[in-house]
Design a protein around this ligand. Structure first.
Ligand code: GLA
Ligand code: GLA
Length: 690
């Protein structure tokens, strides 16, 4: 049996693959045909400035090839200065003036920042925190996401905006609210949670059974007794609370979608701006009522381009198609401990990375800082004096390049043969009971993503409910919560020739966050022909060795055993806590036309890299462009008979990249085809065949 042989990269096969368009269709993010194919934008707040200033701002934007502004998402007190009295003339004029400068508009509904008159007159619209403390005016996101009165005001302002701006040809789309985040624990939220539970379980007896409430006398006699908490409660309650919160953000969105859709031009999309891996709610649930995904790409700490690329792929997976970067930083933010800037060149690098992963728009937050307010120190494109700051030129260059490469990129998107599953239920379940404080589910996702991305150069990050067909490899780094239905789908994927890799803590819980009646991986244990005998949180690294070489495990290690003669032990633990000594750490089994592999520990990068390499080779997954220097990212977008390679040198040194055939760099100095490109530090090439 061939098991995880080392791969021999074949450059010519990879070259052929460049032209192959996978059967998976990623449609365009927006159907507005008269907008530029790649948009460069900025968050603009005309309400904060005298109107006499607007033309100068828009002139400077146009000079930087900015062709998009997002406006109004915090302008409620300007648009509805008193109850039921709407003032949109100023915004009409701002949009018209932007259009004169060839700049189109995304309109934000202002519901993340209610006006003072509203929360003063209707204090029930204010959010309650978990301990029953009511929020107040002066910051933002102080509203209750369940309160009917707030819903009514949100519907009204969204509807009035849609009636007024829906027919405006310069409006390409709508952003609902801004960065949904905090649930409310007010009496309405509590009441709605109880009704949600009642609908789900039917009887309180069924809830008691599923939640095993005999434990600590948690037994409920009626739904109304159940607390609303996001910490410290029965994990079954905590999981249902998160699902309730997800459904509530979904119907919070629907409330506004139903106000906008009847009046908006059908070509205008509706989205909201999300926050990457944020786990406050299930993004797939909320995105089921949105047209496209959009996210706000801010760097925490140093720019780790692989981790950042993963977040782009996550956002693309929210709707399984191209998406927007609704906000990103013009070199620095104001909310870290130390707000150090990106290096010169990295702002452009990040813009192209976004496009490489499927973004159709990149927007900077923000154009110019408000004259006062909480964000005076945040990065901008122009200073308080209204003239460009140094990063303006770098962004202007991005704009120039988007213009040059736009038509080649139009209608294309990334296509992947490998997928990583992001599952909110599982991430929540692990986070409620980490058992090892260092077991960060996102850190684990990124650890598995890293070698997959570096070796295949294209990864989809998908929901467990997304279709599996078309993928050769699917990895589930931490599918802690699993239903029988999901287990059945995964087994079918393997039988049909798929390669499935499960990470530690997989398949431990059922959909009620209860322990599976069988050992891990629960409903997949018999299929694997192996199981987890015990799990251990680690306070010291554990050595491993086996067919794929040696390495270490940290944070988490599971003692595995085989139950089937054709299940192979790939790696074993060395000497550690006695329990693990000599025990299996990685198992694999061929089933049907495919393979299932269980990795029982958080492995070091090199070993995970080797395991991933073996898996990809056996599954026949080739890199897009083999042999590129380390730190050079390869992205490919294809579709409509086109194929574009985007190369980004994330290094601080130059890099030389040989091409498999002559290609033309659409943003380079040379207009003829080349056989190789030399990329300066943070250099980018956008290549097509000619
Ligand atoms: C305490 C409690 C037990 C149990 C254990 C767990 O001793 O009395 O009910 O929670 O801790 O270690
Ligand atoms: C978020 C918000 C913006 C702004 C930026 C600052 O993304 O959506 O309004 O506060 O952060 O980084």
């Amino acid at each position: 049996m061939r098991l995880f042989c080392r791969r021999a990269v074949n450059a010519f096969i990879a070259l052929l693959l460049i032209l192959v368009v996978s059967p998976r269709i990623h449609s365009q993010a927006t159907n507005y045909p008269d907008k530029p194919p790649l948009l460069l934008g900025a968050a603009w707040y005309p309400e904060q400035w005298p109107e006499s200033r607007w033309d100068q701002d828009l002139t400077l934007m146009e000079a930087a090839h900015i062709n998009l502004v997002r406006v109004a998402e915090f302008a409620w007190s300007t648009m509805e200065p008193s109850e039921g009295h709407y003032e949109f003339d100023w915004l009409d004029r701002a949009i018209a003036l932007a259009a004169k400068h060839h700049i189109c508009v995304v309109l934000g509904t202002p519901t993340a920042a209610p006006p003072a008159w509203l929360t003063t007159k209707y204090p029930e619209t204010l959010r309650w925190d978990e301990n029953g403390r009511r929020d107040e005016h002066g910051n933002r996101q102080q509203f209750s996401f369940t309160d009917p009165k707030y819903r009514q005001f949100a519907h009204n302002i969204a509807e009035q905006m849609a009636i007024h701006f829906g027919p405006n040809p310069n409006v390409v789309g709508w952003q609902l609210d801004n960065e949904y985040a905090n649930p409310s624990f007010d009496p309405t939220a509590k009441e709605q949670f109880h009704r949600w539970l009642e609908k789900k379980y039917g009887t309180v007896a069924e809830l008691n059974r599923r939640w095993a409430t005999a434990y600590w006398s948690q037994t409920y006699d009626q739904f109304d007794e159940i607390p609303t908490r996001e910490d410290g409660e029965n994990p079954a309650l905590l999981l249902d609370w998160k699902r309730f919160v997800s459904d509530t953000w979904k119907n919070y969105s629907e409330n506004q979608v139903s106000a906008i859709r009847p009046h908006a031009d059908p070509r205008q999309f509706i989205t909201t701006n999300t926050m990457g891996w944020f786990d406050g709610f299930n993004e797939y649930t909320v995105h089921s009522v949105l047209d496209i995904a959009a996210w706000d790409n801010y760097i925490t700490g140093n720019y780790d381009y692989v981790a950042n690329g993963a977040t782009h792929d996550l956002a693309r997976g929210f709707k399984n198609k191209n998406y927007w970067v609704m906000e990103t930083e013009p070199a620095f933010v104001n909310w870290h401990k130390v707000n150090s800037p990106l290096l010169r060149g990295q702002v452009r690098d990040m813009a192209w990375q976004a496009v490489g992963h499927g973004a159709e728009a990149v927007e900077y937050w923000q154009w110019r800082s408000a004259p006062n307010g909480q964000e005076e120190y945040h990065g901008t494109l122009v200073g308080a004096d209204g003239t460009p700051v140094p990063v303006y030129d770098e962004i202007r260059q991005v704009g120039e390049e988007f213009t040059k490469a736009g038509s080649a990129i139009a209608g294309t998107s990334p296509h992947s043969e490998v997928a990583l599953v992001n599952d909110y239920d599982s991430r929540w379940a692990i986070s409620f009971q980490r058992h090892s404080a260092n077991f960060d589910p996102v850190g684990e996702m990124v650890a598995f993503y890293r070698p997959l991305r570096e070796q295949s150069q294209s990864v989809d990050i998908i929901s467990i409910n997304a279709p599996f067909d078309g993928y050769k490899v699917i990895e589930l780094p931490g599918l802690n919560v699993i239903s029988q239905k999901t287990a059945d789908r995964l087994m079918e994927f393997v039988r049909n020739g798929g390669h499935l890799l499960l990470g530690p803590r997989s398949a431990m819980k059922d959909e009620f966050n209860a322990l599976q009646p069988e050992r891990q991986p629960g409903p997949l244990a018999a299929f694997l022909g192996g199981r987890v005998d015990q799990f251990y949180a680690l306070d010291a690294d554990v050595p491993l060795s086996g067919d794929l070489g040696s390495g270490t495990a940290s944070i988490w290690a599971e003692q595995l055993s085989t139950q089937s003669p054709d299940t192979t032990v790939v790696e074993r633990y060395g000497k550690s806590n006695g329990w693990l000594d000599g025990q299996p750490a990685v198992l694999t089994r061929k089933v049907g036309k495919g393979r299932i592999t269980y990795v029982g520990a958080w492995l070091d990068t090199a070993l995970l890299n080797d395991i991933t390499g073996g898996l990809l080779e056996e599954a026949g997954v080739q890199p897009i462009l083999p042999g590129v220097p380390k730190g050079v990212e390869v992205c490919r977008r294809s579709g409509q008979g086109k194929s574009v390679l985007i190369l980004i040198n994330h290094n601080t040194d130059s890099a030389h990249v040989s091409l498999p055939e002559p290609m033309r760099d659409l943003i380079g100095a040379q207009s003829t085809a080349v056989n190789a490109v030399d990329l300066p530090p943070f250099g980018v090439a956008v290549l097509t065949r000619e």
